[in-house]
Design a protein around this ligand. Structure first.
Ligand code: DSN
Length: 435
């Protein structure tokens, strides 16, 4: 292709993506949509700059405004999460986790966490699976015993295992996270054997900020890592909150450990996100969880095996459904995508035992953060459940459902829980005449 054709092609594809999302129901639990103010800062000049080091102690000139912005982000993060220290330099949740492993452990040490099938994240993975903890930092991984009926860590068995294994680090949190983890119960046991306690809040940071989930830093976690773009509806970035005592170790592990430049435009955008959460976070988090419960019930009532019905399905933004009655997770994910319903297939805890793998697992994961941000409430969750059931259970033609989904979406184009919303959620913003 000629260079002009590459130009045309990329703009065409991105425009098509925007149009598709405008007409779709976004249910990926790790995603969200940012406010116009966040988006504006993401394209500011900060994105062209370097600010290695610490505010006031940079190794580059030109940082006098950047420094002040980073200090604002740190101040807001400390306040919102009631943390003694905040580092806003990790460029992602994985980077935040890697920095924490670097600060608190040495290669060869053992970390206890959830396996991926139980909801752990790839950044907690073993070396043989290429996970960050094992393959990059050289940690040995021991899994928490898991209660599959309650979709949570088995407290008694975990207590025994911590005493026996004596890990150097115990990590709570993960990627499939229906209920608060037993930090309060297990953190003292971990500390007794000399372990540090961290909590990966990538998924639930917005719920924690909104005071509608557990409060890990008060329950015994010394470090809480997160990405800033899931239930916390900000730029794609990372953050670490920790005790004063660990602040220097964490800072040094982040820089010069795992970041050079730390995506300064994202730090500016994070300030807006944190300010939005100060003002709207409680209401937003509460509605996300109400929506997840309502969607879980509506799906369950229509025959979909949403896990943990006896526990109210979830206390977070995530639902997990065993979909094996209707096919495998991969096939169902594709059918739903054809119908403009975007979610992801997911391993169930028992899938590896039953010979299923991540390409064709037994489950689907559904998240309600983004649809809530679009202003949807319990009533709309019933409509979404009907669309899903018509595809998955009734096998209606996917193209027909896609058209109905697009019609349904027309009413929900504004972004809620932010200071102002002058543009539509998936509006394409033009700055050049290339499109
Ligand atoms: N893998 C992402 C998720 O979907 O949970 C988080 O990085």
């Amino acid at each position: 292709m000629k260079s002009e054709e590459y130009m045309k092609r990329v703009f065409d594809l991105v425009h098509q993506h925007h149009e598709w999302f405008r007409n779709s129901i976004p249910l990926i639990a790790s995603e969200n949509v940012t406010s116009p103010a966040v988006r504006e800062l993401l394209i500011c000049d900060f994105q062209h700059r370097y600010a290695e080091g610490w505010p006031g102690e940079r190794v580059y000139a030109g940082c006098k405004y950047i420094d002040q912005v980073e200090l604002l982000a740190m101040e807001l993060a400390r306040e919102l999460f009631e943390a003694e220290h905040a580092n806003v330099q990790p460029i992602s949740g994985v980077t935040a986790n890697l920095a924490t492993y670097t600060a608190l452990t040495d290669p060869g040490d053992t970390m206890m966490c959830l396996s991926i099938a139980m909801g752990g994240h790839i950044s907690m993975g073993k070396k043989k699976f290429g996970g960050t903890a094992g393959a990059v930092h050289g940690l040995e991984i021991e899994y928490f015993p898991f209660d599959e009926t309650r979709m949570n860590i088995d407290v008694e068995a975990a207590e025994e295992k911590i005493k026996q294994v004596k890990p150097k680090l115990v990590t709570f949190g993960g990627s499939v996270f229906l209920f608060p983890h037993p930090v309060k119960e297990l953190a003292p046991i971990a500390k007794d054997v000399g372990a540090h306690v961290m909590y990966d809040a990538a998924h639930v940071a917005g719920l924690i900020a909104g005071k509608h989930f557990q409060d890990p830093l008060r329950e015994g976690a010394e470090v809480m890592t997160c990405s800033t773009h899931k239930t916390l509806p900000g730029p794609q970035h990372g953050m670490i909150l920790c005790t004063k005592e660990l602040a220097d170790r964490i800072n040094r592990a982040v820089f010069p450990g795992v970041v050079s430049n730390h995506h300064l435009h994202a730090v500016a955008a994070l300030v807006v996100t944190l300010a939005e959460m100060m003002k709207f976070g409680k209401e937003y988090a509460s509605q996300i969880i109400k929506n997840a419960k309502a969607l879980g019930k509506a799906l369950y009532d229509q025959g979909i095996n949403v896990l943990c019905a006896d526990l109210g399905f979830t206390q977070s933004h995530i639902l997990l459904a065993d979909i094996t009655k209707y096919g495998d997770g991969g096939t169902i994910e594709q059918k739903l995508e054809n119908a403009n319903i975007i979610l992801n297939r997911n391993l169930l805890p028992w899938d590896p035992r039953q010979g299923r793998n991540y390409k064709h697992p037994g489950g689907i994961r559904i998240g309600t953060s983004e649809v809530t941000r679009l202003g949807m409430k319990e009533r709309e969750m019933k409509t979404i459940a009907e669309f899903i059931v018509r595809v998955v259970v009734d096998g209606e033609p996917e193209e027909r459902i896609a058209q109905e989904v697009a019609e349904f979406r027309k009413e929900y184009q504004k972004i809620c829980y932010c200071f102002e919303s002058p543009i539509e959620a998936y509006e394409y913003i033009s700055l050049s005449s290339s499109q």
